[in-house]
Design a protein around this ligand. Structure first.
Ligand code: NAD
Length: 493
């Protein structure tokens, strides 16, 4: 069986590292690969290597040129395209349908190309300070960045963090999710081939312990975390407490102070379909919003609000479409629904359905585990629930869409859409621009899709509000997350 190991200072580390564990295929529960987790010492050595790559006199970090980083990132994106099928197959091991995985590789390539184009255009501002002064700002990389990613889009979310972080000249350490390390390791190997020096991009394998050691390490200048709201809250408190991980010298540099973080957390996202929407087109997007990646999507449109006048007709259309979604082997290009990532995810999702049924919810389609082997759940539509019921308020991370009671006007729909603790994304389907504008202005989310859903071009930032976190991925805003400003004020002699 393949054994996956961490990359420390650009080198795959061998058996001196932490304990091994087996990751099983979600298709049938059979052993898929072994992972040797990083040790605490690996974390420390990786941070030292990143510091040295950043501060050293080599061709990375503070002294590198934007043109050099641009060329490296572009070369990396080209190597990724050459490895497109291999990367997609690695993503599909987690149960993601291979067609979706290929799309994720393409989106990751686009992300690297977008930030490659910005790497040599980072600049500060100059000010008209009069004849006596020169005043300007410098834009500098943050330094050593810890990047922690979740299991649901391993390659894409690593790319969303790495592309802007590397474009700005930072040294990065990625800690992928314990279930899905493969594509991140391949990405790091390709980055080395593209010219990233040792220490510019390490990968530490393991679970929450390794993530916490990385987050708490005093010589990590910035942490960018994507994951659940619960884990994000733990990471935020680690960053605030300034645990020195036993390294007094490094701790002294930061004086135990809090460090900057980007937290991209959970979501419970509402989709509104108005009376005048193009229902055929909306149906396609609504099904994709709810069921792509088996609903294991922070932006999953899992809370559906339909205008009373089209409620029954549109729901029938959606039910018909959902029945056609092919459930099965993620490696089959026609599969739309693969298994959930692991057994824990399966029981969690089935638990939501059972509790909702107990409370009187009606399952219109699906609702059951598909087969005894593997972690498949039928695409499920549930209705007859209160807006504030568990299934309508909590992030399920499975193929379940909850249809709430019909709405009568856009004000009511937006009010009800905003009634969760999350604030990541929302969608509205309508032709009337007044309704659309009202929704855009009043939805308390970081992203609003109008007449489409799930598309995340790299020039638009994605960032949560409320319990969905803070900070941004992608867009020009992502470069702000990975750079600092320094003000310079010179009195001319
Ligand atoms: P998770 O929170 O269990 O784990 C995410 C990552 O954090 C993993 O690498 C994990 O090992 C690590 N981790 C967990 N606890 C930690 C701790 N205390 N300290 C440091 N690291 C820790 O999430 P998951 O199940 O992998 O992913 C699903 C979650 O991610 C969902 O809630 C989803 O909404 C969220 N997500 C958010 C976005 C976004 O952009 N907002 C994107 C994708 C996923």
């Amino acid at each position: 069986m393949r054994v996956l190991r961490s990359v420390v200072n650009g080198i795959v580390v061998n058996a001196s590292a932490g304990p091994s564990r087996v990751v099983c295929s979600p298709v049938d529960g059979s052993p898929a690969f072994t992972v040797q987790d990083a040790s605490r010492d690996d974390v420390h050595r990786s941070v030292l290597a990143a510091r040295s790559a950043f501060e050293g006199g080599g061709d990375w970090g503070r002294r590198s040129t934007g043109a050099h980083r641009r060329d490296m990132l572009w070369e990396l994106s080209s190597l990724m395209l050459k490895e497109r099928s291999a990367l997609a197959e690695q993503e599909a091991v987690s149960g993601k349908p291979v067609t979706d995985a290929l799309a994720d590789v393409d989106a990751s390539v686009e992300c690297f190309r977008f930030f490659a184009g910005l790497a040599d255009k980072l600049h500060g501002r100059t000010f008209a300070a009069g004849a006596s002064h020169r005043s300007y700002t410098l834009r500098e990389p943050v330094g050593v960045c810890g990047l922690i990613t979740p299991f649901n889009y391993p390659l894409l979310l690593a790319s969303w963090k790495l592309a802007p972080a590397l474009a700005a000249g930072n040294a990065c350490i990625v800690k992928p999710a314990p279930q899905t390390p493969s594509s991140t390791l391949t990405l790091a190997a390709l980055a080395r081939r593209a010219g990233a020096p040792a220490g510019a991009l390490d990968v530490l394998l393991g679970g929450s312990d390794i993530g916490a050691w990385l987050a708490a390490h005093p010589d990590v200048d910035k942490l960018s975390f994507t994951g659940s709201t619960a884990a994000g809250a733990r990471v935020a408190s680690l960053l605030a407490s300034g645990d020195n991980a036993g390294d007094a010298a490094a701790a002294a540099q930061h004086a135990g102070g809090p460090r900057p973080a980007t937290l991209e957390l959970g979501g419970k996202n509402s989709v509104l379909v108005c009376a005048d929407a193009d229902l055929d087109a909306a149906c396609t997007h609504v099904v994709d919003a709810g069921f792509s990646n088996m609903g294991q999507n922070c932006c999953a449109g899992s809370r559906l609000l339909l205008h009373r006048s089209i409620h029954d007709r549109f729901l029938d259309m959606v039910l018909e479409r959902v029945k056609t979604l092919k459930v099965g082997d993620p490696m089959d290009p026609s599969t739309r629904i693969g298994p959930l990532v692991d057994e824990a995810a399966l029981s969690r999702v089935l638990g939501f359905i059972e509790r909702a049924k107990r409370d009187g919810a009606k399952v219109l389609v699906g609702g059951k585990r598909v087969q005894s082997k593997g972690y498949f759940v039928e695409p499920t539509i549930v209705t007859n629930v209160a807006d504030d019921s568990e299934i309508a308020m909590e992030e399920i991370f499975g193929p379940i869409v909850t249809v709430l009671a019909p709405f009568d006007d856009i004000q009511e729909a937006v009010l009800r859409a905003n009634q969760t603790r999350y604030g990541l994304a929302a969608g509205i389907f309508a032709r009337d621009t007044t309704s659309t504008e009202y929704a855009i202005s009043n939805l308390k989310t970081g992203f609003v899709w109008v007449n489409n859903y799930n598309d995340c071009p790299p020039f638009l930032s994605l960032g949560g509000r409320k319990a969905s976190g803070y900070g941004y991925e992608m867009g020009m805003e992502a470069l702000d997350e990975f750079t600092k400003k320094k003000s310079v004020h010179i009195l001319l002699q």
